[in-house]
Write a protein that binds this ligand. Structure first.
Ligand code: NAD
Ligand code: TDX
Length: 335
C-alpha cells in the first residue's frame, strides 16, 4: 500500500508513522508536512530512511494533487491544533484546517477518477462542544455538532466538508473523532507535557481555573491502532468516535504528575482560566469496539503517564529547544 500521511511530523502523526514502519513493512509511507512550529524532523529520527518526507503545505493544490495521485490511501492528520493559539490568532486555523482539508478532498476526488484513493480524516471530540460534569451522557456519532472555540469550529467545518465530498462526489472517506491524546513527542504547549517539563525545568506547573474540567485521556498508540482498524475495516461515509474510557479532571491529572515526579500535591499555581473553557469531553466508543473489534491496550493511565514522564526525562534534547519560547508566549498572553 502507498500511504500518504499529512501532518506526519507532528505528535500523533509521527507516532502513527513510527508504528506503521515498525509493524507494517508492506506499507510505503510518504509524509507531507509543512514543519510548522509543531512539526519536527526530529520526531521521525530513526525511521526517516524508511519513509519519504516532503516538506510542503496541504493548501498547495499542485503538490497535494501530485502526492495524492501517487497514493492508495491518505491519512489526514495535518492541522493547527492548540486551542490557546486559536484564541490568540485564529487565521492559521482557518487556513490549515478548513482550506487545507478542502485541498486534500479535491485532490482525492480528482485522483479517484483514475485510481480509487481511500481517505481517513482525523478529527476531534471537541466538535461536539462540551458536557456538564454530572451528565451521564457521552458523545456518540449522533451528537449534534456544537463547537466552542476557533480551533474546534475549524475542525467541525473540515468534518462537514469531508461528509459533503463523500455524498456529492463519492469520495471514499471515513472520519474519526478522538479524545485527548498523551504520549511521547507531544508539543510542550499541551497540558501534560507542559506540566512535566515545567517540573523538569524548575518552573511551577499551571492549572487553568479550578481544574474541575474533565478530559477523556487516551494513549496515542491506542488512537493510532484505532485509525489503522478504521482504515482497514471501516465503512466509507461513516464517522467513528475513538476513546478509551479515560475521563479524569485536570486537577487529579496534575496531582498524579506531581506525585509520580516526587513533588507535593500542592506544588502548582492556579492561573486565569481559558476563555470559553470546555467543561467536559467524554466519548462512547461502543461502535468501534462492537463493530470493528478494536480495544485499547494502554488501559492503565498512571502507568502510561509514568512512561510519558520517563520519555520527557530521557529526551530533553527533543523538547528543550521549544520550552523557553512556549513559556514566554504563555507569560506574554497572561499580561
Ligand atoms: P500537532 O500540532 O502536534 O501536529 C500537527 C502537524 O501538522 C505538525 O507536524 C504541523 O507541522 C503539520 N501542519 C500544520 N499545518 C500544516 C499545513 N498547512 N500543511 C502541512 N502540514 C501542516 O497535532 P497533533 O496533536 O498531532 O494532532 C494531529 C491531528 O489529530 C489534528 O488533526 C488534530 O485536530 C487531531 N486530534 C488531536 C488530538 C490531541 O489530543 N492532540 C485529539 C483528537 C484529534
Ligand atoms: O497549562 C495548561 N493548564 C491547564 O490547566 C494547559 C496548556 C491546559 N490546561 C487545561 C486546559 C484543558 O482543560 O488542560 C486541559 C487540556 O488542555 P490542552 O492540552 O490544551 O488540550 P485541549 O484543549 O483539551 O485540546 C486537546 O484535545 C483535543 C488537543 O490540543 C486538541 O488538538 C484535540 O483536538
Amino acid at each position: 500500500m502507498r500511504l500518504l500521511v499529512t501532518g506526519g511530523a507532528g505528535f500523533i502523526g509521527a507516532n502513527f508513522v513510527r508504528a506503521t514502519v515498525e509493524q507494517r513493512p508492506d506499507v510505503r509511507v510518504t509524509v507531507l508536512d509543512s514543519l510548522t512550529y509543531a512539526g519536527s524532523r526530529e520526531s521521525l529520527r530513526g525511521v526517516d530512511s524508511q519513509i519519504r518526507l516532503v516538506e510542503g503545505d496541504i493548501t498547495d493544490a499542485e503538490l497535494v494533487g501530485k502526492l495524492v495521485a501517487d497514493a492508495d490511501a491518505v491519512v489526514h492528520f495535518a492541522a493547527e491544533t492548540h486551542v490557546d493559539n486559536a484564541l490568540a490568532d485564529p487565521e492559521p486555523f482557518v487556513h490549515s484546517n478548513v482550506l487545507g482539508t478542502f485541498t486534500v478532498l479535491e485532490a482525492v476526488r480528482h485522483a479517484s477518477s483514475a485510481n480509487p484513493v481511500r481517505l481517513h480524516h482525523i478529527s476531534t471530540d471537541e466538535v461536539y462542544g462540551d458536557l456538564e460534569l454530572d451528565d451521564p451522557a457521552r458523545f456518540t456519532d449522533a451528537t449534534p455538532y456544537n463547537p466552542s472555540s476557533p480551533y474546534s469550529s475549524t475542525k467541525a467545518a473540515a468534518d462537514m466538508l469531508v461528509r459533503a465530498w463523500g455524498r456529492s462526489y463519492r469520495v471514499a472517506a471515513t472520519i474519526s473523532n478522538c479524545s485527548n491524546n498523551y504520549g511521547p513527542y507531544q508539543h510542550v504547549e499541551k497540558f501534560i507535557p507542559r506540566q512535566i517539563t515545567n517540573v523538569l525545568t524548575g518552573r511551577r506547573p499551571e492549572l487553568y481555573g479550578t481544574g474541575a474540567n474533565v478530559r477523556d485521556w487516551i494513549h496515542v498508540d491506542d488512537h493510532n491502532s484505532a485509525v489503522w482498524r478504521i482504515l482497514r475495516d471501516g465503512t466509507a461515509g461513516r464517522t467513528y468516535l475513538i476513546g478509551a474510557d479515560g475521563e479524569r479532571d485536570n486537577l487529579s491529572v496534575m496531582r498524579t504528575i506531581l506525585r509520580l515526579m516526587g513533588r507535593s500535591a500542592d506544588d502548582f499555581d492556579h492561573v486565569t482560566d481559558r476563555v470559553g473553557h470546555d467543561l467536559r469531553y467524554a466519548i462512547d466508543p461502543t461502535p468501534l469496539r462492537d463493530e470493528l473489534g478494536w480495544r485499547p491496550e494502554h488501559t492503565d493511565f498512571e502507568s502510561g503517564l509514568r512512561d510519558t514522564i520517563d520519555w520527557y526525562r530521557n529526551n530533553e534534547s527533543w523538547w528543550r529547544p521549544l520550552k523557553d519560547a512556549v513559556e514566554a508566549t504563555y507569560q506574554r498572553r497572561r499580561r
